[in-house]
Ligand binder design. Structure first.
Ligand SMILES: Nc1ncnc2c1ncn2[C@@H]1O[C@H](COP(=O)(O)OP(=O)(O)O)[C@@H](O)[C@H]1O
Ligand SMILES: [Mg+2]
Ligand SMILES: [Zn+2]
Length: 422
């Protein structure tokens, strides 16, 4: 991709009224744009990041044996009345009458829809277990929409649902999903704390939240100042500030952001919606369910919240919109052959399967360097007239600031090595 033909509207300053660092950087780096409060466009660079996060989630979900489908956003309210959640979720649900006079809502979550679906196809214990998931837009009329895409009215969620014949099956799938979640957050460089949680409006008894300590978090975790222990905020009350791991009285409360939430639902939905199966004895039983959510778009904000410096974003490799940015600084007549060198390197790296952005804009070096730091692509390769006169190209690691000068012919190989080490 060549920047001059692409669409990365970077901003020098964060727009007024933006508090969260992630929100400021999302706007400044040209990743998202606000249409109205709580509603965002993902611009090309931001959309690439979103797709990368989705890819990691998809790979881990598929590896855990979940099958991807795509359910509608548009739901008949009738379905929600079967569980009474048309009332429970009244405040967040966006509802209306359509042209045919049907009462409809935009799905804030999908337990009712997926239960109705599975009820249509599953009759026997032989068809269980099954795990279904989707990556899709959710709508919630959040009155406290804030921090940009952290709490939005329209956002992307990965939601998965497990269906089992017995409690043992649910335990197994729940553990499998927990492992998948740990893998996902690890691959995205998010150091999560898994905390036993309240099930709230979702129902069921057991639930766990995946929290990442962050200043803007609306939840909290306990963090030990003397060892690596981190746990649920409830530890603070039960242990009276004494760390259960090292015994030091050095536990403190840290704000945290909820990125994922998994629930053992049991039969709440299957019983209410009559999603039954015939067990081995030929008796009708409600299917035993679990549900598992990750706020995909919120994860993008969390990555920025955890990976930035005063100059901008520092993308972890798995989420980075591009692997390499080639920054060109040609002279007026390009006697040193900066532009052809950039095109040649671009071709070679792309052929090796790397995603490369070339900043070929005719802007000042200062502007181009600042923007490179701001958008945070892991490797910056500068091809400038001075170094090119000596046949040299500069490679800089965004995360560490480490810089090397290499001969032009060796640049491709060195970049490949450096990417592999990130
Ligand atoms: N308004 C929102 N904007 C962005 N992400 C959200 C929003 N609400 C929930 N999420 C994400 O979806 C995940 C699953 O949602 P859920 O647990 O149902 O939400 P909540 O805890 O807000 O009731 C959350 O862990 C969070 O990452
Ligand atoms: Mg939750
Ligand atoms: Zn400790």
């Amino acid at each position: 991709m060549y920047w001059s033909k692409y669409f990365i509207p970077t901003l020098k300053e964060a727009p007024a009224g933006t508090e969260a660092i992630s929100h400021q950087l999302l706007l400044r780096a040209g990743l998202v744009h606000m249409l109205t409060a709580g509603v965002y466009t993902y611009l090309p660079l931001g959309y690439r990041v979103l797709k990368n996060v989705e890819r990691v989630i998809r790979q881990e979900m598929n590896a855990a044996g979940a099958a991807e489908l795509f359910m509608p956003c548009l739901h008949p309210l009738e379905l929600w009345k079967q569980t009474g959640r048309d009332e429970v979720l009244k405040d967040v649900m966006i509802r209306f009458k359509d042209g045919r006079g049907r009462e409809m809502c935009l799905g804030p979550t999908h337990e009712e829809v997926v239960t109705d679906l599975v009820k249509n196809f599953v009759q026997s214990y032989r068809q269980l277990p099954v795990i279904l998931y989707q990556i899709q837009t959710k709508f919630r009329d959040e009155m406290r929409a804030r921090f940009g895409i952290v709490r939005a009215c329209e956002f992307i969620m990965k939601d998965a649902y497990s269906f089992d014949r017995d409690a043992a099956g649910l335990q197994k799938n729940y553990a499998r999903m927990e492992t998948a979640y740990r893998n996902i957050f690890k691959r995205l460089d998010l150091d999560v704390v898994v905390v036993a949680a309240d099930s709230g409006a979702m129902g069921g008894k057991v639930s766990h939240e995946f929290m990442v300590p962050a200043e803007i978090g609306e939840d909290a975790v306990a963090v030990c100042g003397s060892c690596a222990f981190r746990g649920g905020a409830s530890v603070l009350e039960t242990a009276g500030g004494v760390c259960p791991q090292c015994g030091q009285k050095n536990l403190a409360k840290s704000p945290a952001l909820e990125l994922g939430h998994i629930f053992q639902l049991g039969v709440k939905y299957s019983a209410a919606q009559q999603a039954l199966f015939l067990d081995e004895k030929g008796e009708r039983q409600p299917i035993i369910m679990g549900c598992y959510g990750i706020g995909v778009s919120r994860v993008v904000a969390a990555i920025i919240e955890k990976h930035h410096d005063e100059k901008g974003i520092i993308w972890p490799k798995a989420a980075a919109p591009f692997d390499v940015e080639i920054l060109t600084l040609p002279g007026p007549d390009d006697a040193e052959g900066v532009e052809p060198a950039a095109r040649e390197l671009y071709r070679a790296l792309t052929e090796w399967g790397m995603d490369v952005l070339v900043d070929d804009r005719p802007d000042s070096p200062g502007r181009k360097f600042n923007d490179a730091d701001l958008i945070g692509i892991p490797l910056r390769v500068t091809i400038g007239r001075k170094n090119m006169a000596q046949g040299q190209i500069e490679i800089k690691v965004r995360g560490t600031g480490a810089m090397v000068l290499v001969p032009q012919q060796e640049a491709g190989g060195r970049i490949k090595e450096m990417i592999a080490k990130l």
